[in-house]
Design a protein around this ligand. Structure first.
Ligand code: XBP
Ligand code: MG
Length: 245
């Protein structure tokens, strides 16, 4: 039996990367008078590096870009986080299909909920409050995020941290992810993983996934199976997940 579902955030709960994180980075670069601009395509490449601070440092070190000798990445990231949160609260991003339904089903059937994400904690709380429900923070027993661990995905640390806080063994949990870095992180922590591909991750390698679908699906909006076997199911629910384990 599954005792807990552990959700990734960006790309899994909502499509936050292209039109929110990316835009917040670009607005911050402009405000800081940095001659940087991350196009939709370039941002797709940069997503290979998880974590906003790490992504900016990687860009600074590996791309031909002009920047002052002393660039305060931490300050820049704080500005980006403020902009991103402002954006999420003014114009909430819709949850992906099936996310709200599965969260509610878990809550009402005693399956515990957790988050394991690379993004900053504040970004998670704002997304939950504005896109899920004002009290949605209380639905989750554990929110493992950002710098709570030193090694970000694909390292297993954030999932190991979530397991420790849940006080559950890996085989009683199931992770829901959208990216290769995410599944590598969850599998390295021995947690079985279901993938819902997102805008940027559709073509990634999801070897080891229980199932790869385009989204969690709804009774009126069935998913498409991209890898694995979902039997007769058209949407992900607890019955289906229990059958997997
Ligand atoms: C996705 C990420 C994050 C965000 C940026 O995390 O890689 O780095 O792009 O967030 P996940 P920050 O899929 O694990 O939710 O700028 O706050 O780091
Ligand atoms: Mg993700």
């Amino acid at each position: 039996m599954i005792k807990a579902l552990i959700f990734d955030v960006d790309g899994t709960l909502a499509e936050t990367e292209r039109d929110a994180h990316r835009v917040a980075f670009n607005e911050t670069f402009a405000e800081y008078q940095l001659d940087w601009h991350w196009s939709v395509e370039l941002y797709g490449e940069l997503l290979a590096v998880t974590g906003g601070k790490e992504r900016m440092k990687f860009y600074q070190d590996n791309y031909e870009c002009s920047c002052p000798k002393t660039l305060d990445i931490v300050a820049l990231h704080q500005m980006k986080t403020a902009r991103y949160n402002n954006m999420l609260s003014r114009r909430p991003i819709p949850l992906r299909p099936g996310v709200h339904r599965l969260l509610e089903e878990a809550r009402h059937n005693g399956v515990r909920l957790a988050i394991a994400t690379t993004t900053t904690l504040k970004n998670v709380t704002t997304l939950l409050e504005h896109s899920v429900a004002p009290e949605a923070m209380s639905w989750f027993d554990v929110i493992a995020a950002g710098d709570m661990v030193s090694a970000k995905k694909p390292a297993p640390d954030i999932y190991l941290y979530a397991l420790k806080k849940l006080n559950l063994p890996a085989d009683q949990c199931l992770a829901i992810e959208d990216s290769k870095n995410g599944i590598r992180s969850a599998l390295a922590a021995n947690i079985r993983t279901l993938i819902t591909v997102s805008d940027y991750t559709r073509k990634e390698d999801f070897s080891g996934a229980l199932l790869v679908v385009d989204h969690l699906g709804e009774p009126e909006q069935h998913f498409t199976v991209l890898a694995g076997n979902a039997g007769e199911a058209g949407y992900v629910d607890l019955n289906m997940l229990h059958d997997f384990v």
